[in-house]
Every structure is written in C-alpha cells, then in structure tokens.
Design a protein around this ligand. Sequence first.
Ligand code: ATP
Length: 236
Amino acid sequence: MTTLIEASGLHTYYGASHVLHGIDLRIEAGESIGLLGRNGMGKTTLIRTVMGHLAPAQGKIVIRGRDNTRAQPHQIARQGVAYVPEGRGIFPNLDVRENLLVAARPGYKGRKDWTYQRVLDTFPRLTERLGHGGQQLSGGEQQMLAIGRALMTNPDILILDEATEGLAPLIINEIWRIIEAIRDTGVATLIVDRNYRKVLTHTDRCVVLEKGKVVEQRDSPTLASQTELLTRYLGV
Ligand SMILES: Nc1ncnc2c1ncn2[C@@H]1O[C@H](COP(=O)(O)OP(=O)(O)OP(=O)(O)O)[C@@H](O)[C@H]1O
C-alpha cells in the first residue's frame, strides 16, 4: 500500500489551550477512515491541522512522502486532499452547474477521473437542480453540492466533517449512499459523523480520540463489536 498522509506527533493549540496532544494518523491510498470521539475531543482540530488551517506547535505532516507541515490549505488541496468542512461552503449566488464547473481542476499529477457528467451521475438530485442558485437549495442538496465540488478537484482523499449534520433521515441515507459510491471508486475518505454506527459501517478502520489523543485504532468491523470500548469512549 502507498501511504497518502502520515501525521505524527501533532500538538495543536488555540492560544494557550492545548487541544491535540501528540496525535499520529496514517492514511493509506484508497483507505476509508472514521474519526470517532465525543464532542470537543479534537476531531475537527485534527482535520484543520492536517489541512493547514491550523499550524501545529509540534509534529509533522507528510503527504506522499513529502513534508507538508508548514503548507498552506491551498497547497494541501492541490495535492489531492479535498475537505468538505462542517457548514459546507458553496457559492450561494452561482447555480449548481456553475458551482461545479468553477471548482473543476485536474488532481495530483493531472488526474482527471471526475468529469462534470460523472459527478452528476453520482448525484441524481443535483441533476434535477442544475439551474437553481446555491441559496435556493435545501440543506441536503447544498451538502451534496459541496461534496460534488470536492470531487470536481479529482481528489485522492475526501475529508468529510459532519456531512449529515441537521439533515432529514431520507437525505442522510442518500449522503451515506454517495459516500459509499465514492469509496467504491478508490478515493480515500476520512469521515467525522455523530452517527458512529454509520461511520463504523462505511469505513475500513476507525481512530478514536479522547482529549486530543488517539486512544483506540481498530478495523471498523472489530470495533463495531466491542461494545465496552464504544461505551467507554463514545458514551453510547
Ligand atoms: N476556535 C477555537 N478556539 C478555541 N478553542 C477551540 C476552538 N475550536 C475548538 N476549540 C476547542 O478545542 C477542543 C476540540 O474541539 P474540536 O472542535 O476539535 O472537537 P471535535 O472532536 O471536533 O468535537 P465537535 O464534534 O464538538 O466539533 C474543544 O475543547 C473546543 O472547545
């Protein structure tokens, strides 16, 4: 396997508040990873550190063998790491088609797997809304558009933070179907979601954070059967 991202010994602060306490995270090409942990344990902070939105005080971030510890978010993105943050980030004044086309670019080493048509085929609901402005879409459609925009950058990994937050059950199922379809194409995924059962179902491996440290790391099917661990770390 080829290692896509290797973060080691990450320490991240917000001012004086020490949030990540020496985190190691390794993601192989094509692998699907879930990041679990109760609220405030550092999941979003870890993602934002890997993406270059927060600078770690200590530690290293290596992408495909190259040091990216001090890289800016756009430099990380150009290496095939696509991030769909909590709260989306689409252009409200552009329609669906424009939102997708404006995001289009080849991936790492010119990879062009995701055409406009292929993205639309993955999101039938967006196809029905092509001429609608971003602000006219429902929350679920906006989320789909945000994921579609990320795919238009031909990523090697898609990072999804709370992609189903606040959505209706039918739409949530549709988002999980899409995540699974993307996983099947060989794009790696890193997923944070409140529904830990869904995360365990749709990933190969899960990493559990507690107070900014990795406290467990197991194959998802194994972890799914460890109710005592899930109770201890997720309070379920
Ligand atoms: N911008 C910020 N400034 C200061 N502290 C922050 C900031 N963002 C997060 N924190 C704190 O950092 C800690 C980790 O937060 P983080 O958002 O990474 O957790 P999380 O595991 O993603 O949980 P959640 O699901 O609640 O977002 C929490 O104690 C939080 O209060």
